[in-house]
Design a protein around this ligand. Structure first.
Ligand code: GTQ
Ligand code: FE2
Length: 317
């Protein structure tokens, strides 16, 4: 008897399906769920997180948990959809992180790319990346790409808080997650500097913004890097008070962090008021725009480079 005889002899589809299932085969015409749909599902929802909440939580958590115990004292901004406790959007995760004077967050490295936007530096916070100590000042953006050693420390006199952005959800999906801790608790710095391709100092970004010609709506935009990392694009947008950005609906995922000013965003019809330090998530295929109530600066973090590389950028008609 041929091992496939049972299949040959099935004389109804209903009889065939369980015989196929024993072999881990599914009939394509009888899928339990469709594999494709006309347009993106919009699984992730628009959301905004308040910096004031993070500061209050850090005030509480500061004495209760140290970076030495926790690896990092961070607050993960997860998208509030069923079953999710981690990703902010499909490809990206965002967290607030705080370090207190005298603390160190040990050096480690991982395959996911990471970067930080400094909100409050407390003058004296630093990140050591591959042996170089990089001071963290307000508005600075610091990159820690794939597999670079990085650890944080603080020699200043008040807490330092920044926002972390990582492509962990994307790398999890692709599988190649690797992580290791440094043999010395915190990597010793060989050099100190600001002149690193891994740092976009606010002082430079501010000058670039002032020099750039605004678009028709009065928005000045500069890109940090080209792109900053293979999976993450970074942009600084400066809006004069009263400015409304062009509405955008495309396949890229976007996180906006308020570096200066106040205003609101409208994402898929929902209004989110914001002020300095707040984080706003605009998921793929959700129409959105921003309105500045005062002069404002928004930091846009996007997976656009992934979509570009893969030929998946699409704009709504
Ligand atoms: O500072 O190295 O928020 O590895 C999450 C993972 C921060 C970091 C996060 C990390 C870091
Ligand atoms: Fe890290």
């Amino acid at each position: 008897m041929n091992p496939a005889d049972d299949l040959v002899q099935a004389n109804t589809l209903e009889a065939l399906y369980p015989l196929l299932a024993k072999r881990a085969i599914g009939a394509g015409w009888n899928k339990p769920e469709p594999a494709m749909w006309p347009t993106p599902k919009q699984l992730f929802v628009p959301y905004a997180w308040r910096y004031a909440d993070a500061l209050a939580a850090f005030q509480a958590a500061g004495p209760l948990i140290s970076p030495a115990q926790a690896e990092r004292r961070n607050l993960i901004l997860y998208n509030p959809i069923p079953g999710n406790t981690y990703a902010t959007l499909r490809t990206l995760v965002v967290a607030y992180q705080a370090i207190l004077p005298g603390e160190t967050a040990r050096s480690h490295r991982h395959t996911p790319n990471a970067l930080r936007l400094v909100l409050d530096s407390g003058n004296g916070a630093y990140t050591t990346v591959d042996g170089m100590r990089l001071p963290m000042r307000e508005g600075d953006v610091l990159l820690t790409p794939n597999w670079r050693w990085h650890g944080h420390g603080h020699d200043g006199d008040r807490p330092s808080v920044w926002v972390d952005y990582l492509d962990v959800p994307l790398v999890q999906l692709l599988e190649p997650i690797f992580f290791e801790t440094h043999p010395d608790w915190i990597e010793t710095a060989q050099t100190t500097g600001r002149d690193s391709p891994l740092v976009f100092a606010w002082r430079d970004t501010e000058q670039r913004l002032a020099a750039v010609r605004p678009d028709a709506r009065g928005v000045r935009r500069v890109a940090l890097g080209d792109p900053a990392m293979p999976t993450i694009g970074l942009h600084m947008w400066q809006l004069d008070r009263g400015t409304q950005t062009q509405s955008q609906k495309d396949t890229t995922n976007n996180i906006y962090t308020v570096l200066h000013g106040e205003g609101h965003s409208v994402i898929d019809g929902q209004r989110f008021a914001w002020q300095r330090g707040d984080v706003i998530a605009a998921p793929a295929w959700r129409e959105h725009l921003h309105v500045a109530k005062t002069d404002a600066v928004l930091f846009r973090v996007t997976d656009e480079p992934v979509m570009q590389t893969l030929g998946l950028v699409r704009h709504a008609p």
